[in-house]
Design a binder for this molecule. Structure first.
Ligand SMILES: NC(=O)c1ccc[n+]([C@@H]2O[C@H](COP(=O)([O-])OP(=O)(O)OC[C@H]3O[C@@H](n4cnc5c(N)ncnc54)[C@H](OP(=O)(O)O)[C@@H]3O)[C@@H](O)[C@H]2O)c1
Length: 252
């Protein structure tokens, strides 16, 4: 199989400073794509871009916040100016605030919804014009097993991720006539910084491991490989759906 199936493609990845976003950016670059990255942590984001450049890849980045309309529009303008369009959008940036509903402030609720759902809306609205007319297009949204099931203490997160799955399906129908596919990837528990509060707590870690049929946390690099696969031409008939990668969590 061609190890560089994405040569000539341009990919935009949100939340590329760490976790899945970093892995996805590296994987897409190694598959031949030029990448444009956004996140708020300047040093970490620059380090990802520099790693890509040191491997011979092409990366640009904007330090910005996907909940800010102006940052999102500026990133889209950067990509248009540098590459003349885009082929792939990965809506990966996300946050989780874990607490009981009565403990949530409105600001915290809004922060989760704004990042995980409205941020994806802003990115799609800004980037879809760049994807049009290229005879190919991929939008992948990092949904979650919480798009499909609940857990106590996850009301805002589950609401945002269920909303993102709804956006995924509706946008897939809207963009299908243009040949642009839109899908979700729903990870189960993976060992990224987002889950450090669980990984670092021996009791919570044990509780999670007993609920994962494969008996281990997921490896973030697996998500990068999956994204590359979904960007291949062979995955072009798949749209409006969601791939669950959860060690068997939702099968129970
Ligand atoms: N890890 C899991 O087990 C798991 C499971 C299901 C779904 N997911 C989803 O997968 C995605 C990535 O998760 P992860 O585990 O890789 O999380 P992570 O390690 O915490 O990384 C999150 C990324 O999002 C960025 N980000 C957060 N808010 C942002 C904002 N307002 N503007 C721009 N960038 C922002 C962060 O960068 P800065 O802080 O530098 O801005 C960081 O690069 C999320 O959508 C998450 O909900 C993760």
């Amino acid at each position: 199989m061609n190890s560089q199936p994405l040569v000539g493609r341009v990919a935009i990845i949100t939340g590329a400073s760490k976790g899945f976003g970093r892995e996805i950016a590296l994987a897409l670059s190694r598959a031949g794509a030029s990448v444009a990255l956004i996140a708020r942590s300047a040093d970490a984001l620059a380090a990802v871009a520099s790693t890509i450049q040191s491997e011979g890849g092409t990366a640009i980045f904007r330090v910005g916040d996907i909940t800010h309309e102006s940052d999102v529009e500026a990133l889209a303008a950067d990509v248009q100016a540098r590459f003349g369009g885009a082929d792939i959008l990965i809506n990966n940036a996300g946050i989780n605030i874990r607490k009981e509903i009565t403990e949530f402030s409105l600001a915290e609720w809004n922060q989760v919804l704004n990042t995980n759902l409205t941020g994806a809306f802003l990115m799609c609205r800004a980037v879809v014009p760049l994807l049009k007319g290229r005879g190919y297009g991929r939008i992948l949204n990092l949904t979650s097993i919480m798009s499909h099931a609940g857990l106590p203490g996850r009301t805002a997160y589950a609401a945002s991720k269920a909303g993102l799955l709804g956006l995924t399906k509706a946008l897939a129908l809207e963009l299908a006539p243009l040949g642009i596919t839109v899908n979700g990837i729903s990870p189960g528990p993976f060992a990224t910084e987002m889950n450090q509060p669980l990984l670092n707590n021996p009791e919570l870690n044990r509780q999670f491991l007993t609920r994962i049929p494969l008996g281990r946390w997921g490896e973030p690099s697996d998500i990068g490989a999956l994204v590359v696969h979904l960007c291949r031409p062979e995955a072009g008939f798949m749209t409006g759906t969601d791939l669950v990668v959860d060690g068997g969590w939702l099968a129970q």
